[in-house]
Design a protein around this ligand. Structure first.
Ligand SMILES: Cc1cc2nc3c(=O)[nH]c(=O)nc-3n(C[C@H](O)[C@H](O)[C@H](O)COP(=O)(O)OP(=O)(O)OC[C@H]3O[C@@H](n4cnc5c(N)ncnc54)[C@H](O)[C@@H]3O)c2cc1C
Length: 385
């Protein structure tokens, strides 16, 4: 499957923007565990984060393939889109399931970058991957809901104005089905911070601005409920394909960065009187990484094309994410090995990218859960959990 040539200008524009944010910029942030504010503002101003918002709501109205190309180029340039990628896809829940009034209220501001919707509150400490057993509750009280509970790994919460929150509105034992009783809300964190919401950063091995969020009697207007009360799990699931495809594209970008870096070093580094890349023991792992990346890239494009055509792409989006995350991790490992000791030196940027790309076989969905999805939904094997 080839990519439309009309994406070349977008790719070039992203590369040009990223050239203003070289390795030194990211190294400094990584040392300070600081948020790449200037980078996020630049991407927003250029309209890249509004790629999937329709033009009617002030966005760029681009295709999923174009959005994937943007994320891939960011990573392939050595930058890190994880600081803001949720701005691109989290709004999809509002776009697909929100009322016209909600779309008018939120999407143009998100497109302009005036309000950031980058926080996605699903995971909880006790439920983990088992989303249906989450414990945060939203209880109706007149024209408000009152939220109580805790989220964990809520990335970018300190740098986001809005949060898309999944909470239980009907106790599990009273819900009409296994997946019913959860609801989705837009929480305005600017208001909620003075009203029972506490954000606590979690220091992680890479600069990901992730946090724990505590809700203590946080009042959210009932108008901020997205869609129908109790149907929230379905809405969240429907946004997962976009998330998987875009993160898979990021992994492809990472893999391309590692492969280019390794190939370049292997051509230039001379040991025993010849370039190390002349040894097949060095060149084969680079070639193997390239082949793995290209195969994963095809699956990412297939998933994006199905998504764009409005077809079911659950299996392809999951497989794309799996293959791409494995390909980027394999390329990262290969890149360290190719560089020998210098693979560990901060100034080469490899160890930072190595830490960053390691995330994607765990989050936003772990490898086991993807394998389980394919086993059950594609191969018809019995459900294991
Ligand atoms: C840096 C970072 C950022 C994140 N950002 C967000 C965010 O913005 N919003 C959000 O909601 N979440 C976020 N997450 C959470 C992320 O989605 C979860 O960490 C991930 O889904 C795994 O859940 P868990 O950590 O609770 O692992 P657990 O559910 O405790 O699982 C631990 C391990 O056991 C395996 N496992 C569990 N059950 C089974 C089973 N039945 N069969 C086989 N294997 C199983 C899993 O695959 C995993 O490898 C983030 C996580 C990280 C690390």
């Amino acid at each position: 499957m080839t990519e439309a040539a009309d994406l070349a200008p977008i790719r070039e524009a992203v590369r040009a923007l990223c050239a203003n944010f070289p390795g030194e910029y990211w190294r400094r942030l990584d040392r300070e565990r600081a948020y790449p504010e200037e980078f996020v503002v630049a991407l927003t101003k250029a309209g890249f984060l509004a790629a999937l918002i329709p033009e009617d709501y002030g966005g760029s109205g681009l295709t999923m393939n174009a959005a994937a190309a943007i994320m891939e180029e960011i990573q392939a340039s050595g930058c890190n889109g994880a600081a803001c990628h949720a701005q691109m896809y989290t709004m999809g829940t509002v776009l697909r399931h929100g009322s016209t009034e909600q779309k008018r209220r939120y999407l143009p501001g998100i497109a302009r970058g005036e309000s950031r919707l980058q926080a996605f509150g699903v995971t909880e400490p006790t439920s983990g991957t088992d989303t249906l057993s989450l414990r945060t509750t939203a209880t109706r009280d007149g024209d408000h809901y009152i939220i109580n509970g805790q989220k964990i790994w809520t990335s970018r919460a300190e740098h986001s104005d809005l949060m898309l929150l999944l909470a239980r509105t009907t106790p599990r034992e009273q819900a009409k089905s296994r997946t019913a009783g959860l609801s989705v809300f837009i929480v305005d964190m600017r208001e909620a911070k003075n009203n029972g919401l506490t954000i606590r950063p979690i220091r992680t091995m890479m600069n990901h601005a992730t946090t724990e969020v505590f809700f203590e009697n946080v009042r959210v207007p009932a108008d901020n409920l997205i869609g129908v009360e109790g149907d929230g799990f379905r809405y969240i699931l429907s946004g997962m394909n976009a998330e998987r495809i875009l993160i898979a594209a990021e992994c492809i970008g990472d893999a391309k960065w590692f492969i280019a870096k390794a190939a370049s070093y292997a051509r230039e580094r001379v040991v025993f009187g010849r370039p190390i890349g002349q040894n097949q023991g060095v060149q084969f792992p680079i070639a193997r990484s390239y082949i793995g990346m290209r195969a994963a890239e095809l699956m990412v494009r297939e998933a994006a094309a199905l998504y764009e055509a409005g077809k079911d792409c659950g299996a392809e989006a999951n497989m794309a994410k799996h293959l791409a995350a494995e390909a980027s991790w394999a390329a990262a490992d290969m890149c360290v090995q190719t560089h020998g000791g210098f693979g560990f030196a901060e100034e080469f940027d490899i160890e930072r990218k190595f830490r960053e790309t390691r995330l994607y076989t765990v989050a936003p969905i772990s490898t086991n859960l993807i394998l389980s999805y394919v086993a059950e939904h594609v191969l018809g094997l019995p459900r294991s959990y």
